[in-house]
Design a protein around this ligand. Structure first.
Ligand SMILES: [Fe+2]
Length: 316
């Protein structure tokens, strides 16, 4: 891989190489399947069977009707441009060709959740790693592992937006410094509350841009209309200190006014001073609404307090 043509980047910030994972950084114990290189990429997109294509179509049909009035404009535009409802699991090479011409991104197949440092490496090079499998009918309503529907329907449409596309690349690059400062957890919280579960203001109305919300019907409604969750304006320093829920609806959603604002608050300000100021652990509970927050809606937290998923609590 050519690395000599980037003389300004010191070796530790060479985005064309997978960053080294310092021994002191905790990583989830993911085992790389045999036969894959260090980049974790599968050699080709899987050939889906007819039932798997039908599962995509059913998931698409369930979700698409909810998009107007809930999803943000950039997402709707991206869905249309990429024609993700053409029938069956989309072909990665076709959507990559379209994406490349718009923003230089591509979609690449990975077998499962991949390690953070490998994920950063792909994002920094404008490659979005997408699950090379689809959920079963039994997992129709909920799957913890990101499958091709979550990754492609949820994430890929916004990669057609030039500013959001730049934010995603900047997020990947921010991973190198997070590793250096041992602040992976903080950077993950930012990803969680923006890319996965972010809300955006459009003409004074809240809309969704987070893929974790947009790939399922319950949270699409809950995040915008529920009385339980907080809705608070994004403050990057605060968000990077905030705990989050992995396998249930969020207790708090953070709102931006534009993708330009998101890019400005992170990449343009620079990640280094933020990492330097952060304590290693989270300081705020996921349900917290602080005196210093700009609060759009102070949630009742009743869904959370009644026990959330599995407790029978209604997502209201
Ligand atoms: Fe995701």
């Amino acid at each position: 891989m050519a690395v000599m043509d980037k003389p300004t980047a010191p070796p530790s910030l060479d985005y064309l190489r997978i960053p080294a994972m310092p021994a002191s950084v905790f990583v989830a114990p993911l085992r790389k399947p045999a036969g894959l290189s260090d980049d974790w990429l599968e050699p080709a997109q899987r050939k889906y069977g007819p039932e798997e294509h039908r599962i995509w179509d059913a998931l698409y049909q369930r979700q698409i009707g909810l998009m107007p009035g809930h999803a943000c404009r950039g997402f709707l535009l991206g869905l249309e441009r990429l024609n993700l409802g053409r029938g069956g699991v989309p072909d990665f090479s076709e959507i990559s060709e379209e994406l490349r011409s718009l923003t230089g991104w591509s979609v690449v197949p990975v077998p499962m959740l991949i390690p953070d440092h490998v994920f950063y490496y792909h994002l920094a090079n404008r490659r979005f790693p997408a699950g090379n499998f689809i959920r079963s009918r039994q997992q129709f309503d909920y799957i913890q592992e990101p499958d091709v529907f979550h990754d492609v329907f949820g994430h890929v449409p916004l990669l057609t937006d030039p500013i959001f596309a730049s934010y995603m690349e900047a997020y990947g690059r921010a991973g190198w410094k997070a590793l250096k400062y041992n602040r992976l957890k903080a950077l993950s919280a930012l990803y969680w509350y923006t890319v996965e579960f972010g809300l955006i203001l459009e003409d004074d109305q809240l809309r969704i841009y987070g893929a974790g919300i947009l790939s399922g019907p319950t949270e699409t409604v809950f995040s915008l209309e529920g009385r339980s969750p907080n809705r608070i304006h994004l403050n990057v320093d605060r968000v990077m200190r905030t705990d989050y829920t992995i396998s249930d609806l969020q207790a708090t959603y953070f709102v931006i006014e534009s993708f330009r604002e998101l890019f400005h608050l992170t990449e343009q300000r620079g990640f280094e001073p933020i990492y330097e100021s952060l304590a290693p652990a989270f300081q705020y509970a996921k349900t917290a609404a602080l005196d210093t927050d700009h609060i759009y809606h102070r949630g009742t937290q009743e869904y959370e307090l009644r026990g959330g998923r599995g407790s029978g609590a209604k997502p209201v």
